[in-house]
Design a protein around this ligand. Sequence first.
Ligand code: AMP
Ligand code: ZN
Length: 493
Amino acid sequence: MNRNLLVYNSLTRQKEVFKPITDGYVGMYVCGPTVYSDVHLGNCRTFMSFDLIYRYLLFLGYKVRYVRNITDVGHLLDDGEDRMSKGSRADDLEPMEVAQKYTNGFHEMMHIFNTLAPGIEPRATGHIIEQIEMVQDILDKGYGYIKNGSVYFDTLNFAEKTGEYGRLSGRVIEELLSESRDNLKNQDEKNHPSDFAIWMKASDEHIMKWNSPWSVGFPGWHLECSAMSTKYLGKTFDIHGGGNDLKFPHHENEIAQNIGACGCQPANYWIHTNMLLMNGKKMSKSDGNTISPSELFTGDSEHVTKGYSPMVVRFFMLQSHYRSPNDLTDDALQAAEKGFKRLFEAYKSLEQLDSPEVKGAPLDLSIEQTIEGAFLNMDDDFNTPKTIARLFELVTIINSLKDGQLKINEISKDGIAKIKTAMKAIIFNIFGLKDESESSAGTMDGLMNLVIELRQLARVNKDWTTSDKIRDALGEINIQIKDGKEGTSWSYK
Ligand code: AMP
Ligand code: ZN
């Protein structure tokens, strides 16, 4: 915490020294996924970027309240239908089954990529009351109007009174006249095209709807994040994040709602991640320029020559700064795979290095500078590519010590210990990488323990057929099990 962290704030468009509202505590809200379809790699990039930011804040010693929502209502298609309802009609499922199905898939993917779970994961549908209250607050403050049971946010009045609308996205009201991605069907109800719905009256066939003072309907998409961030983090908190594409209209409208209802900016720092591209173009399902995480892992896609492991993909993501576009190509993934292997091999060699007790070893100072440089790069708006460059300077030193190009007495015991501590912290705690060879060995152990337990159970039940079958089947794949006094053990033949 005694480090000087610089954060690029999208609201002020500059890097600022990070100073949380409360000493030692950070409130962070990140817009989560819309759970009507499988999470794609672009989403994963954004959530991995915020995982890195979360991890670094924890590393610096902050207590972080990390809130990431699940959008399970209110994301409308151009024809005004809720995406969740459309998904449920298509799959013959309840809307909540659709939401649960894709929430489960999202969690699984986040787990595969080794991202830390947020402390609170609120769902939009679980916070309808809070959203209705916020609509009422906005109406009471004079920033909303009711038309045929729907409630709209009065952007012109808000802009005139506060001068705030358009600050985040840099758009002016005139520009907004022609662009409003809100429910086009009800466009004519609005006083101004840049106004947006905060409560919408539902048609008869609409499935997801709730009672409210204005109509049986549902909240506008932008409202959930305003209501849930206020509920869990307070009227003003430290960090609000999401992908670049959410700046407008989602975050611009969120700010308007929060100022409209509470009279203050919701967040002091707005952090936006840049987009993931593929072969230089935006990832898009409609023109086939897309790859799912599982296609990438298995290599079952025309866009890659082979499969890449989750940690190689995570390392690939870390190789670009979160504010730069990241172009996913087969070549870049191959390079990431090589880099990832080189890093972990060096880390393993490092564990075996032992230096004699020498004082004032010639390389110690430059090692300390390299390590400090790595952390300074993280302090500079979480600059992972530059931090990785510093890590590879350490890798070069380790490899030179290993192959004898550098003599071991050129670094002190303390110098080696410092490299170990720094690399461990950066690779595992901050970057969230895992040694996949270890984890596969761990999985094998876990699986074999399970098989041995099942065989034991069969033996207790005197089910010799099953217990023999397990032993013989394992033998066929060259695994032998031995029953001894201390229990059953296994080994490769
Ligand atoms: P969504 O589920 O579409 O609302 O998106 C969830 C998060 O992923 C949001 O923060 C988006 O900004 C982000 N996102 C969507 N597409 C991409 C992309 N191609 N690259 C990076 N982030 C993205
Ligand atoms: Zn949001």
